[in-house]
Design a binder for this molecule. Structure first.
Ligand SMILES: NC(=O)c1ccc[n+]([C@@H]2O[C@H](COP(=O)([O-])OP(=O)(O)OC[C@H]3O[C@@H](n4cnc5c(N)ncnc54)[C@H](O)[C@@H]3O)[C@@H](O)[C@H]2O)c1
Length: 347
């Protein structure tokens, strides 16, 4: 298949890219290496896709490093470093390729920064998605898989979160953009017969995890004997989903959209378990054989108390079967962190 993968230099995108290439798909990656977190982490992601260990890579300037990774990965797929808000450049990519499917992961991710810079989130996440959809319509590629988020459930009190539950009460600008995109894509499914799968990811972790996410941040601080900030009393909990499980769910969704016309499905991808903040810290301490130094702070605005996915729909229609035990996932994260010398990227 000819696949357009947006956000392919990111955490989930690069893990997915590895599988798509192993399965011999033709992939065009769009990613603009935006500075929401250090671009070097995205270079490491793509080095790993090329089968290289980042410890052996010397970083120079952002431009040089991106040009170097473009050359390396160019043997496997095309990497186009444009912004999805740049409709003109985006159109050139559609004109030059006949895509069968778009997997749209590019976005500004994360709740807290969306409260600080709501305009950027609306621009990239909503208008960027509109650009993709309009070009899909124009170039007759009507299959899309979209990265939505568990954050759309807000502080839903019904546990576990089911796709049937109301998601009218989002509590952050980030969640608003994800819910809006689900609705926008529904419009394209209804008016133009797009086949669309909205995947609601529940806090994803594993090799390549974004440095702004709690597991990565805590891991790095505990590794370096620094203080970790615990927001709330430690009782908040998350359905942490191992990235290989997410990637398998996305991959199975490709079959679903490709073999059906005009479908519109919203599907949770989680592990169907919820792990407390204190338990998460203990798992990192045990993997590192260290004790953390904690500072307790009030809950952050926009953060939800608990996430917990009902994954019956994914099990039934995607044959989704998440299998990674949290302590094993943390150990794999540790191997990635150590072998790529991730510590040096934090300096
Ligand atoms: N990681 C999670 O726990 C999680 C949970 C729910 C949903 N999601 C969603 O999954 C997707 C991937 O998340 P991730 O954790 O891999 O994030 P990520 O930030 O690592 O990946 C997103 C990629 O998109 C690129 N990008 C951002 N803006 C762009 C633009 N304007 N033009 C082109 N490229 C752009 C970034 O450079 C980045 O490489 C996102 O849509 C995110 O909202 C992630």
């Amino acid at each position: 298949m000819n696949i357009l993968l947006t956000g392919g230099a990111g955490f989930i995108g690069s893990n997915l890219l590895k599988l798509l290439l192993a399965e011999k798909h033709n992939v065009v990656v769009i990613d603009n290496f935006v500075d929401n977190y250090d671009y070097k982490f995205k270079i490491v992601n793509l080095l790993n896709v090329c089968g290289e260990n980042a410890d052996n890579f010397s970083f120079h300037s952002k431009m040089e490093d991106i040009s170097s990774i473009k050359k390396k990965i160019g043997k496997l797929c095309s990497l186009v470093t444009i912004d999805i808000c740049d409709k003109f450049s985006l159109e050139k990519v559609f004109k030059q390729n006949e895509f069968d499917l778009v997997i749209h992961l590019a976005a500004l991710a994360g709740v807290r920064p969306s409260i600080e810079m709501p305009e950027s989130y609306i621009d990239v996440n909503i208008l960027g998605t509109l650009n993709i959809l309009e070009l899909q319509k124009k170039y007759n590629c009507k299959k899309i898989i979209f990265a939505s988020s568990s954050s759309v459930y807000g502080n839903n009190r019904e546990i576990p979160f089911s796709e049937e539950h109301s998601v009218d009460k989002v509590i952050s600008q980030y969640a608003f953009t994800k819910k809006s995109c689900e609705n926008l894509i529904h419009v394209y499914s209804h008016l133009y017969n797009f086949s669309a799968v909205m995947l609601r990811f529940f806090t994803v972790y594993g090799p390549g995890q974004r440095p702004d996410l709690a597991i990565h941040k805590f891991f790095n601080k505990i590794y370096n004997d620094e203080i970790i900030d615990i927001y709330g009393d430690g009782s908040s909990s998350r359905d942490y989903t191992y990235v290989d499980d997410i990637v398998a769910g996305i991959y199975n969704s490709c079959d679903l959209v490709m073999s059906n016309d005009s479908i519109y499905e919203i599907i949770n991808l989680g592990e169907n378990t919820s792990i407390g903040l204190n338990e998460m810290v203990e798992a990192i301490e045990s993997a590192l054989n260290k004790v953390s130094i904690k500072r307790n702070l009030p809950m952050m605005p926009g953060d939800v108390d608990c996430t917990f996915a009902d994954i019956e729909k994914a099990r039934n229609i995607l044959k989704y079967s998440p299998s990674t035990i949290f302590s094993d996932g943390i150990r794999t994260f540790k191997n990635w962190y150590i072998s790529n010398n991730i510590n040096r990227l934090w300096k």
